[in-house]
Design a protein around this ligand. Structure first.
Ligand code: PLP
Length: 445
């Protein structure tokens, strides 16, 4: 859909040869470019002047919508005031302020924040924290991690080792040793078209006991899972599943990490999915919505007693030999503070919750449309799974993605699933418009 009022929003394409694009078919893209050069609220504009409704919040990150003026001016002011301060042995006010704001909205008992630059770094940091924590406590033999099939924990070596998406793993050697995986919980036979959390699958958490018993509980450092698996296609936890995982970890002194890189900051209608599900892990990893996607930043949030365990030894000694040049970067911290303020000022998490039913109704109205084999949603995260084209896995969803783009809508696909994670400012009419475009696209596919 070309926006007639926006013809002046077209730009000339840059030379595209040098840039090696991430997670993209480079050759196809460069022959069929989709270049975004401007964004505001729920919309983006492409190089050829298309106005696009963004139903994935950038990449699950712009939860406050694009270019919220409060966040933009906080970043501009910070850039003019303090560009950078050494992150090791020096500090600056905004990093401390953000840590306080963040722990204020975190689940009770999660009281400390370690800053990083991405979700991948958050995961690797959390894993190192867990190993060091056990070692300080005299349990250095706890070196094993348990992840889950179809889990996505970024692209660092820690993250791909505990992650469970084979294309992200198979090219990269043996990865970390000592990692095992739980089965994923997705099962169309039992759970297709559930509304909210599926009723079938709690028993899959029992596998954790078996894996732990195989290696002996004394060797297991941590378990890492996404409360809602996002990148693998929005897989909701079966009722009772997370509670059981929590119970088993507690019983064996194993640290439980919830990777909330996608599902924090209002996505589930609460600040964190842990709070929404009332299952509190020992460590939470976050990124994306922390700055509403404006400046790269992630955070690892931990319980008080994990922090206290590190705060031993000589007073002047470094307690955790880990950190990044840009941990708590002033621009990111300023963006984070303004973002959290905006979420609270506009009550955005409750807004997401209040749209949950409307969003679910709209998605579920696609039941019966061609190729639709499952629909899942909670808060403002949702997915529609499609039958693959025979012999061409992922092609059906990619075709829908391309067609939707041509019709003025940005969606995300993973496998043959279409995923939605609109900014929390989405209007009901934009949800309806999305459904109409998807319907038309499915019928033409
Ligand atoms: N963990 C989860 C659950 C994610 O969904 C992602 C990214 O989508 C990551 C980690 C990695 O984050 P990043 O791409 O910022 O490294």
């Amino acid at each position: 859909m070309l926006d007639e009022d926006a013809t002046n929003l077209s730009i000339d394409l840059p030379d595209m040869d040098s840039y090696w694009m991430p997670f993209t078919g480079n050759r196809y893209f460069k022959d069929n470019p989709r270049v975004i050069h401007r964004a505001e609220g729920m919309y983006c504009w492409s190089h050829d002047g298309r106005k696009l409704l963004d139903m994935v919040a950038g990449l699950w990150c712009c939860n406050a919508g694009h270019c919220d003026p409060r966040i933009v001016s906080a970043i501009q002011e910070q850039a003019a005031d303090l560009d950078y301060a050494m992150a090791f042995q020096l500090g600056h006010p905004k990093a401390f302020e953000l840590a306080s704001k963040l722990t204020n909205i975190a689940p009770e008992g999660i009281d400390h924040a370690f800053f990083v630059n991405s979700g991948s770094e958050a995961v690797d940091t959390a894993m190192k924290m867990v190993l060091a924590y056990h070692r300080i406590k005299g349990e250095g033999q706890r070196i094993r991690f348990i992840g889950r099939e179809r889990g996505y924990h970024g692209v660092g070596f820690g993250g791909i080792s505990v992650g469970g998406m084979s294309p992200n793993r198979k090219m990269f050697g043996a990865m970390l040793p000592g990692v095992d995986h739980l089965s994923h919980t997705h099962n169309l036979e039992h759970n297709a078209f559930s509304r909210g959390l599926p009723s079938w699958g709690e028993h899959l958490a029992d596998e954790l006991e078996n894996i732990i018993a195989l290696h002996d509980p004394s060797t297991i450092a941590g378990v890492i899972i996404e409360p809602i698996a996002g990148s693998a296609g929005v897989l909701l936890p079966p009722k009772g599943y997370l509670e059981k995982i929590r119970e088993i970890c507690t019983k064996h002194g194993i640290m439980l990490i919830f990777d909330e890189v996608i599902c924090a900051f209002g996505r589930t209608g609460d600040a964190f999915a842990s709070s929404r599900f009332n299952v509190i892990p020992d460590i939470i990893t976050t990124a994306k919505g922390l700055t509403s996607g404006t400046v790269p930043m992630g955070a690892v949030l931990t319980r008080n007693d994990i922090y206290d365990t590190f705060m031993t030894g000589p007073e002047s000694a470094i307690e955790f030999f880990h950190g990044y040049t840009y941990s708590g970067h002033p621009l990111a911290a300023a963006a984070g503070c303004a973002t959290l303020d905006a979420y609270i000022e506009d009550d955005m998490f409750n807004r997401a919750l209040s749209l949950e039913e409307k969003f679910a109704d709209a998605l579920h109205s696609l039941k019966g449309e061609p190729h639709v084999i499952d629909i899942r949603s909670l808060g403002l995260i949702g997915a529609v799974e499609l039958t693959p084209i025979e012999g061409q896995p992922t092609a059906r969803a990619i075709n829908i993605f391309r067609d939707c783009y041509d019709k003025g809508l940005i969606i995300r696909t993973t496998g043959d699933t279409i995923a939605f994670s609109p900014p929390l400012i989405v209007e009901e009419q934009q949800i309806e418009e999305t459904i109409e475009i998807i319907k038309a696209s499915l019928r033409e596919a």
